[in-house]
Unconditional design. Sequence first.
Length: 76
Amino acid sequence: MRKTRKRWQMCPMCGMMIYTSGGGHHTCPEKVAAERQAELDSVIAEEMSTWDKEVEKFWNSRDVKFLQHLIDEGKL
């Protein structure tokens, strides 16, 4: 049997360097996990704040209105 080699790998969740042969039993520190979750929450909140305006802008665009007209007339 081959001996497994340990290597330094970066945890994809917290970014910590881990000396392991394949993931092992690493658990991310709570503080790092909380910071990552807060960062994701702020990005989601920012995107959702402009969602209604972007949806309204999409449905009011000329291309969509023209396609809706074609569908209503049975030409598409």
